[in-house]
Design a protein around this ligand. Structure first.
Ligand SMILES: Cc1ncc(COP(=O)(O)O)c(C=O)c1O
Length: 402
């Protein structure tokens, strides 16, 4: 209760199949955010000469450029309804932080962001967006918390990690009565807010009499993929459909392909409760890949469970190959996607090419969950042939519960 708004904790442990979206949240969603279109990528299909059909849901059309406002708006609303005045959170690439800054401004809340230092320096545009929406934003580790100061003493240029930024936001929250913490991924209530994406997509597919055979999505903490796929997963678990689900991650942060399914902390300073998840260990030093949103050591417990049970399959890709896929998408469909999303674009393209060989008319769907217009330095490195690949050789995960 001291960390999250009460209603969000109730949602976290709820057994209800559906939870009604409050009118105020629906009203905020309608302000240029929802519904988002579902597009068929006909030009991409033609370029690949595939018999497969490729569809994508356009979450990049939100005012902040990604799917993150779906949960930011809901979390800001429930905090406001409880009388909370100020929100604190971490942000990696800045998509989540800007979404919470925007949602806080809609509901008249103060907002404090701890942004992973390396991204803070790489992405001044995200800082400006957050400040325009009235948020305070600090590079993490920061001099604003005890934990941040202790890290800066050892290394004044510490690049930061998402785990450290979470620890700082939690320390901030616990030091002030008027503040609650918000998280942009991983937890059940966040994933549940995102399922509006899949619910909407299901209706849109219904309208054209199509049902996807394969759904792929990129996974950082798991929220956009869960949001898009869980409403379809429900049909699979009931035995109504046999859809394939593919979670796409970065080779540099292989939490779903090489992680251990065990209990681990969600943050670096070990403040959070232990979560049962696929994890690389909360001390894992995520390499500085351009897909900042995929740099997290753990995976949502619900996605970890589904992967562990074999209902979802994980794959990992290197930086260069995902940017190649993003370039094909840009040159056929006209949109520049986020580096994170490029991971599932890569899978969709490869699968469509497999279908070309087999003649399968598979329906492939993915969540186009962010645009890359504030990630142009990543595209610049790619175009200049300067991308560096990272593949951890050995991963040691401490085991808390055997
Ligand atoms: C565009 C985009 N895609 C994906 C992610 C990964 O997060 P999640 O797995 O929670 O969707 C992020 C996170 O910041 C993001 O900004």
């Amino acid at each position: 209760m001291r960390i999250f708004a009460k209603e969000l904790i109730l949602q976290e442990v709820s057994n209800e199949r559906f939870i009604k979206i409050p009118d105020e949240v629906q009203e905020a969603y309608r302000r240029g955010l929802r519904p988002t279109p579902l597009y068929r990528a006909k030009r991409l299909e033609a370029y690949l000469k595939t018999p497969a059909q490729i569809y994508y849901k356009c979450e990049y059309l939100s005012s902040t450029g990604s799917h993150k406002p779906n949960t930011a708006i809901a979390q800001a609303y429930y905090n406001k309804a409880q009388g909370i005045e100020r929100l604190a959170t971490e942000t990696g690439a800045g998509q989540w932080g800007t979404a919470l800054a925007m949602a806080s401004s809609l509901f008249g809340l103060k907002c404090r962001l701890y942004m992973v230092r390396v991204s803070y320096q790489q992405k001044p545009g995200r800082r400006t967006m957050a400040e325009t929406w009235g948020a305070e934003i600090f590079p993490s580790p920061s001099n604003q918390t005890k934990y941040g100061r202790s890290l800066l003493e050892k290394d004044p240029n510490h690049p930061g990690t998402l785990g450290i930024a979470i620890s700082e936001a939690l320390e901030d929250t616990l030091s002030r009565e008027d503040t609650r913490y918000c998280l942009g991924s991983v937890l059940n209530h966040v994933l549940m807010h995102q399922t509006i994406v899949g619910q909407e997509a299901k209706k849109q597919f219904d309208m054209i009499g199509v049902y996807p055979d394969l759904i792929c999505g990129c996974v950082g903490g798991g929220s956009n993929f869960a949001g898009f796929s869980f409403p379809f997963m429900m049909d699979k678990l009931k035995g109504k459909r046999d859809t394939e689900f593919i979670a796409c991650e970065a080779t540099a942060v292989p939490h779903t392909t090489r992680g251990t399914y065990t209990y681990d902390f969600g943050d670096t300073a070990e403040i959070t409760p232990l979560l049962k998840m696929l994890t690389l260990g909360h001390g894992y030093a995520c390499p500085p890949i351009y897909s900042g949103g995929l740099r997290y050591h753990g995976m949502a417990p619900s996605i970890s469970y589904l992967i562990n049970k074999g209902h979802m399959r994980p794959v990992a890709y290197e930086q260069k190959e995902v940017f190649e896929a993003a370039r094909i998408l840009a040159q056929t469909e006209g949109m520049i996607t986020a580096p994170e999303t490029a991971h599932n674009v890569k899978y969709a393209i490869d699968e469509a090419l497999r279908c070309k060989k087999t003649g399968e008319k598979k329906v492939i769907a993915f969540n186009n969950c962010g645009h890359g217009l504030l990630d142009l330095s990543a595209y610049e490195s790619f175009l200049a042939g300067k991308l560096v690949e990272y593949k951890p050789e050995k991963i040691e995960v401490p085991r808390y519960v055997s």
